[in-house]
Write a protein that binds this ligand. Structure first.
Ligand code: SF4
Length: 376
């Protein structure tokens, strides 16, 4: 977007604002944790620091300043801290945990693309993120591939999309696509738009949560074009819903993008009805972001200490269903290993079926009979 208001140096007021916005998010990155050695500057005990440094050798560490500032250091179990500060528990891998929990690689016909379901593909423009989440199910790819964006790196992926007319949706995922510069985003968006059978661009990102200052008018402009754009954010706890995140989501909404959220159910972070209820309400009411999925924790290595059981998750979403309106309720899903896709784990209200009569549990917990009446 441009403005006809010029300052004396020939720079428009909008140019100046864009420059200031860019400086803000770059400062946020610079002043945060970018390397393992930056853990030295955090208020950790010597034992905690040594443990964090050991765990950080297995999965990268990066935390923008704004997100770091949300941590209550007086609480060792702080839910923000739990998501980004490496824990020695990550070194305790369990049997059954996987490098590639949802089989991205098995369904990757060309580099940087996964085609698991006929009408959509995942495109990985970068394997870098603005923040590295300890629970990430792609952490092995972020470590082993780890590369950033280049136009050429996506050539085979775009040739594949062009050759497959059944593909309707392209999902930019990560690494975090919104960690890329505006110029790269505009280039990627234009290449996707040039494929006539693609109808929807989806962007999966944790930037509005962890680096909200990055959501600038320049970034929005880079993504605007012929395609409907859905931005799927990744808020996990109500404390992440700050005035900065609110501004970021407002900027995205005003850009014309549809906003959805997917959370991961994390033990010790958001595994209570009260936390999830507040999270879902604030997402919808304050940010205008529809709670879309609540993911059961994937089988990422070293994450047993953050996974709940499926039964615990089902009890939580049953309670949520009774408290929240439909628009605030997320679907509780498991992304099956071996590429089975996302399946709903609950809440399931059907208790039994006897011929034409179904026994269905209502929001009040009572099971009622419902007899189907259809034309013979
Ligand atoms: S931002 Fe997403 S891809 Fe990156 S570490 Fe976090 S969960 Fe993983």
């Amino acid at each position: 977007m441009t403005s006809d208001v010029q300052d004396t140096a020939g720079m428009t007021a909008d140019d100046e604002r864009a420059r200031e916005a860019d400086a803000t998010w770059q400062d946020d990155v610079r002043e945060g944790v970018r390397h393992v050695r930056d853990l030295d500057s955090l208020p950790l005990s010597p034992a905690e620091r040594a443990a964090a440094q050991a765990a950080a050798t297995h999965h990268k560490v990066r935390i923008p300043k704004t997100y770091l500032d949300l941590i209550d250091w007086s609480d060792p179990a702080d839910p923000i801290r739990a998501q980004v500060i490496p824990s020695p528990d990550e070194l305790a891998e369990q049997e059954g945990e996987l490098d590639d929990p949802i089989a991205d690689h098995a369904f990757s016909p060309v580099p940087r693309l996964t085609h698991r379901h006929a009408d959509r593909v995942l495109l990985f423009p970068t394997y870098q993120c603005a923040v590295y989440c300890r629970f990430c199910f792609r952490k092995e790819s972020l470590t082993s591939i780890g590369r950033g964006y280049s136009r050429e790196a996506l050539d085979e992926a775009f040739a594949y999309i062009e050759a497959h007319p059944e593909i309707r949706e392209v999902i930019l995922t990560g690494g975090d696509p919104l960690s890329l510069p505006d110029k790269a985003l505009a280039e990627i968006r234009a290449r996707i738009e040039a494929v006539p059978h693609v109808r929807l661009l989806r962007i999966h990102t944790r930037v509005p949560v962890a680096l909200p200052s990055r959501i600038t008018s320049g970034l929005v402009a880079a993504l605007q074009g012929r395609l409907m754009v859905t931005v799927v954010t990744h808020f996990n706890h109500p404390r992440e819903i700050t005035s900065r995140a609110e501004q970021a989501c407002r900027t995205l909404r005003q850009g014309g993008f549809v906003l959805l959220n997917q959370s991961v159910l994390l033990k010790g972070v958001n595994d209570t009805v009260e936390v999830l209820e507040e999270l879902c309400r604030e997402l919808m009411y304050r940010l205008g972001v529809k709670p879309y999925y609540l993911h059961h924790g994937d089988l990422a290595r070293g994450m047993a200490h953050r996974r709940t059981t499926i039964a615990e998750g089902q009890a939580l979403v049953s309670a949520l269903r009774a408290r929240l309106s439909g628009i605030c309720n997320p679907g509780y899903v498991l992304d099956l290993p071996q590429g089975g896709g996302k399946v709903l784990l609950g809440p399931c209200c059907v208790e039994a079926r006897e011929g034409e009569t179904w026994r269905i549990r209502g929001l009040d917990g009572e099971v009622r009979a419902y007899r189907e009446v259809v034309e013979e």
